[in-house]
Design a protein around this ligand. Sequence first.
Ligand code: DCP
Ligand code: CA
Length: 392
Amino acid sequence: MARRTILHIDLDSFFVSVEQVLNPQLKSKPVVVGGKPDRRGVVATASYEARAFGLHSGMPLVTAARLCPEVIFIEGNFVRYREFSRKFMAILNDFSPFIEPIGIDEAYLDVTGFESIHGSIRQMAEKIKQRIRNELGLCASIGIASCKVVAKVASDLSKPDGLIEVATGEERDFLALLPVEKLPGVGKQAVKVIKGLGIHTIGGLSQTPPYTLKSRLGTVGEMLHSFANGIDDRQVLPPGEAKSISRETTFGEDTRDGSFLEATLWTQSEKVGADLRKAGKQAKCVTLKLRYADFSTITRSHTLRESVDTDRSIFETGIGLLEKALAMERQSVRLIGIGVSNLVETSQQATLFTPSTQKLKELNKTIDRIRDRYGFDAIQTGRTMRLKDILS
Ligand code: DCP
Ligand code: CA
């Protein structure tokens, strides 16, 4: 694999730091986000001042209050954290388009070959930290390495407000003395197994024959062996936009029952339609999938003249395809599925809707809202009710 340069960037005590930016009186104090200790709940995150008392994420709030009586408890506000997260990712995106956000406050950045733009990758990382500090008031810790796993360990180790660069060729030595718990991928279960083998450091893990680890931990064992040796071929993958949305159902018994297939198709179309609208997309292509009793599988697609997002338009296209397919095949159906693809942003659709289409769109919106709040089964549409009858 060609040489790569990867950054792992992680914000320090994220929720608490946001609270400290919004209320500077909280700065340099032991602060915990997670709620009041009079309720059952756990610490979401603790400021580094609170961590000095042994407080950490996941600890019951009552324990936190006992260990550090002067700690300030804050409820937390996820909407604000999302907003900071969005701005954080936008800053990173200015430095490299090859960004893989992980959760809310960390990301990998592939910056292979970007040295010349910033002098060196270290200088680039300094600039990233600077912009995050200036524009958001937050501290970021950064690891620089030739692969994801080493970059991640480096940023963790550098915290808080740190920056560690691991030179190519030094990966294994860098990891060797660290306890195995520090290696990403080593969960609670794996720690027990590994320590049971008498291994306590990542270096120890790197020297254990891979087959020993595989026999105890399965494929994870092999992966951990590579990681421990500083080998990790995983790419930095930008989150892909959904290119298609689909649902399929395998029946307990094969069937040719038309109204049963139709009702199933309707329920699936409702779910696909809801996902489509949630994504703010419309689809130009509808695909039906059928698997017959002998396991042979077919797909049939129809491209529409105009993009759609209502349940009914998806369903009606699907029914047309289903009727044609069944007319050509005498076997029973084992699986049915429907999907949409060729997606476009809803805003790009310039067509003027006819009053009846407009009505359908409004109806779908209302049903989506109710189902978002109360769950999919909160509303039974006509055909779904028929499905319920059939199933019961
Ligand atoms: N979080 C949570 N519950 C947990 C762990 C984390 O709600 N058990 C939330 C709060 C954190 C945020 O996710 O602020 C990011 O998690 P991190 O593990 O990155 O922890 P912090 O950013 O708080 O601290 P660190 O400086 O160690 O990265
Ligand atoms: Ca963090």
